[in-house]
Each structure stands twice: as C-alpha cells, then as structure tokens.
Ligand binder design. Structure first.
Ligand SMILES: [Zn+2]
Length: 456
C-alpha cells in the first residue's frame, strides 16, 4: 500500500481513479495511513465522489472500532450526497447504515434504508449484495410482524443465493437456513423446519446460548413444549452471566408452561420474568420483544386476583413498548430528511406498521383499564425503581400524560420519550368527571365508577 501511495501526489488530488482504487482495495484493512489519506481527501479533494468514498471509508473504520454513533453520522453524511444516484457509494452507505440502525433498534429508519438498499442491490445485479440486502430486510419485517413481506424478502434472498466463498461469507448459508426455518414453521411444514434449523445450527462459531434458544423456540413452536422445557432448564441450570439471555430463557419457559396449561408454574415463572423486566428496563430486549413478553406475562398473572397488580405492571411494560414503536414511526417521519425522496410505496408500508403498533397499544390499554376497574394495584411502587423525572403517569382512558404540576397533556403534544421511560397507568381528572357524568360509562370502558375513581 505504501508503494502505491508513494506514487500518488495527494497535493494536487489529480489522480482520482488511483486513489479510489486504493480506497476500494484496502477498504477492509483500516490501516492508519489509509484513514489519514481518507481524512485528507475529505478536506482537500475538489472531487465530490472521491470525498464521498472517503466518508464511507472513515465510517466503516468507526464502526469497526465500535463507534456506531460516529459510523451512523458519517454514513448519513455520505447518503445525503448520494441518495437517489444509484451509485456504488450510495449502496455502501445504505447497507451499512441499515445494519447500524438495526443494531440501535431504530427499526423504522433501518427498514426504510434497507428497502432502498434492496433496490440498489437489484440494480447492481450482484447476487451476494441482493442476497444480503434481502436477508437484512427479512429480519426487520419479522420484527415488524409483517409475515407476507418477510416471506417475499426470504424468497428474494434465496433466489439470489450466490456462489459462496467459504472464507469470506461462510456464514451466509446458516443465515439463510435460519430464515428458511421461520418460513417453514409459518407454513406448518415441521420436517422442513427441523432440517433448516439443523443446517442453521451447524455453523462452527455458533455460541451455546444461541443454539439452546433456537432449539427450544423451535420445539415449542412445532408443538413439543415438554421437550423445549428440558432444553431450557438445562440451559438455565448451566447458568449464564448474560442476563439478557437469562430473561429470554425464562420468557421462553413461560410460553411453554402456558402451552402445557400448567397455570400454577406459569404464574410463578411470569412473576420471575416481571421482576427481571422491571430490573432491566429498556435494556430488556427490543421494544417488540418487550411488548410480546409483557403481554404474555400480564395474561398469565391476570387470572388470579392476588396477582392482578403484577399483571397490570407487566401490561404497562408491554403498552409502553408498543407506544415506543408507534412514537418511533412518528419521529421518523419528522426527522428523516430523505423522506421527501422516499418511494410512496415505502412511506405507505411504514405508515401501516406505525398504525399497527398504535392499534396494539390501544388494545393493551383496554386490558389495563379492565385491571384498573378491578382495583388491581402493583404492590411495589414503580417509583422505587425509577427516579422521579423518568416516572410518567398515563391515563388509560384518553391516553393523556401527567406532566409537570400534575397537569394532564395529550400524548401527541408530549416531547420525545426517553428510552428509560417508566410508566404507570391511571385515570385523569377529565375522564373521572366524564365517567361520573355518564353514570360510570366511558366509551370503551366497563362501568364500575367507584373503583375506577379510586386509582386516579
Ligand atoms: Zn383521561
């Protein structure tokens, strides 16, 4: 590389193609000299496309050194100048930014950028690029719960399956097998699912927790929850320091117990899960995961009078997670500068997903209202495990938030939520008044005025 560099004359930046060739060949090496050259090109070169290549290279280096925020900032910068050009630089920025955003759990943005990456990959005709872009999109659609979209993305990834160089991309077949297993389960084809799971787990570098988790999930979903329980209990006994895995094993165990109809054991496991979810807060899985587990835990605890307070707390966690997702879609539309240039088709898909999470939030509020009317109280005040400024009360009837000075404000006027938002649900003054005026009947709420007012 130094030989190549010594032939250059960066002072004039006239030999753009040679510099670009070095950037391309050495992209993955991240040598300090290469980064210096990129930094100088960014500041000094009059050639715009060379500057964009330099930004992409610096962004990749930031990501490799573990700085996702800086990587995200630089890839965005590159995308600002390349969006819609269909260039190689745009593709690099899109693919990488989508991966960072999905790690940061910014699902809506990641999804929009990922759709763009798929289009660019198709235009490039490069099978590996098409395959990876669609595999990435598929994972996001799964998280969004869009099963038809998920299957289409997996099909596109499979049909462009490239000739794999084992040394460079040996993990790709395992990734595809994992996606295929998901599709097979959706279609009830259990043999195909088993085969695909075995293939997915046949990788050399798969860690034990991932294997155990995937096996257990698979067994439960093919109707063998008793066998899944064995796998999970061995995994839990083996112990894991990684608490995010511990809670996932426990949640999976809860699902098995619910399937087996073991109400007492399910309730006990649900209580463990709730304690862990309260302790971990927003660090406890993605919002979609928290929404699903919180709902399962809540439903398992809501059956008995003695645990309805805990049920309410679990459903609150689920409701906040659903809200986080629908908020995320609103913020996305406000903040993403490329939105005006997005395909109308993608905008429509995003809006539909945002609305689905909003709908789920309303559904969870319904369950919380029912528990509030039954007088369900969570015995350990949430305020004890959250500082005051992160503690927010929401009216379960009109969805207003109790802001400073105990004033209730509509949700839409509330600023961006913090990731550690702790929420409890109650009833606001105007809903209490409306309830009284209607003789205890608020639209969409059961009539039991006395108990409802009590939780205000
Ligand atoms: Zn209200």
């Amino acid at each position: 590389m130094n030989d190549l560099m010594s032939q250059l004359d960066p002072a004039t930046w006239s030999d753009v193609e040679s510099i670009r060739a070095i950037f391309r060949q050495r992209r993955q090496s991240f040598e300090p000299e290469l980064r210096d050259l990129a930094r100088r090109a960014l500041e000094e070169s009059p050639d715009e496309s060379l500057r964009i290549d330099a930004v992409n290279l610096l962004a990749s280096a930031a990501v490799v050194s573990g700085d996702d925020d800086e990587g995200s900032r630089l890839f965005r910068l590159a995308l600002e100048d390349t969006w819609g050009t269909g260039s190689h630089a745009e593709r690099v920025a899109c693919v990488n930014l989508a991966m960072i955003l999905s790690r940061q759990r910014r699902l809506f943005e990641a999804f929009a950028i990922s759709r763009r990456a798929c289009r660019l990959a198709f235009a490039s005709g490069d099978p590996l690029a098409i395959c990876l872009a669609h595999a990435q999109l598929a994972k996001m659609l799964l998280e969004l719960g869009d099963m038809p979209g998920f299957e289409r993305a997996v099909e596109a990834a499979e049909s462009s399956r490239p000739e794999i160089d084992e040394n460079v991309a040996g993990w790709v077949p395992h990734l595809l097998a994992g996606l295929r297993a998901e599709v097979a389960i959706q279609h009830g084809d259990l043999d195909a699912a088993q085969e695909a799971v075995d293939e997915a787990l046949d990788g050399p570098d798969v860690i034990r927790e991932v294997v155990d988790m995937m096996r257990a999930t698979h067994l439960r979903r093919v109707g063998r929850p008793d066998e899944a329980l064995v796998v999970l209990r061995v995994a839990l006994d083996a112990g894991t320091d990684e608490s995010s895995y511990r809670i996932r094993f426990q949640a999976e165990e809860l699902l098995c117990l619910v399937d087996l109809g073991d109400v007492a054991a399910a309730r006990e496991r649900a209580a463990d899960c709730l304690a862990e979810m309260v302790r971990l807060g927003a660090r406890c899985g993605s919002p979609t995961w928290r929404m699903r587990v919180g709902e399962t835990v809540g439903m398992a605890l809501a059956r008995e009078e003695g645990t309805r307070g805990e049920a309410r707390r679990a459903l609150e966690i689920a409701a906040v997670a659903a809200l986080e997702r629908s908020w995320e879609s609103k913020l996305f539309f406000q903040e993403f500068p490329q939105l005006a240039r997005m395909e109308p088709e993608d905008v429509a898909v995003l809006e539909a997903h945002g609305e689905r999470f909003a709908e789920k939030h309303r559904e969870l509020l319904g369950a919380i209202r029912a528990l509030l009317l039954e007088g369900a109280r969570f015995e350990t005040p949430i305020a004890e495990c959250a500082s005051d400024e992160l503690f927010v009360a929401v009216c379960a009837w009109c969805n207003s938030l109790r802001g400073p000075e105990r004033v209730w404000i509509p949700l839409d006027e509330f600023a961006q939520p913090t990731p550690d938002l702790e929420v409890t649900h109650g009833i606001c003054h105007s809903c209490t008044a409306a309830m009284a005026a209607h003789g205890g009947g608020v639209p969409g709420a059961p009539r039991r005025r006395a108990e409802a007012s009590e939780v205000a």
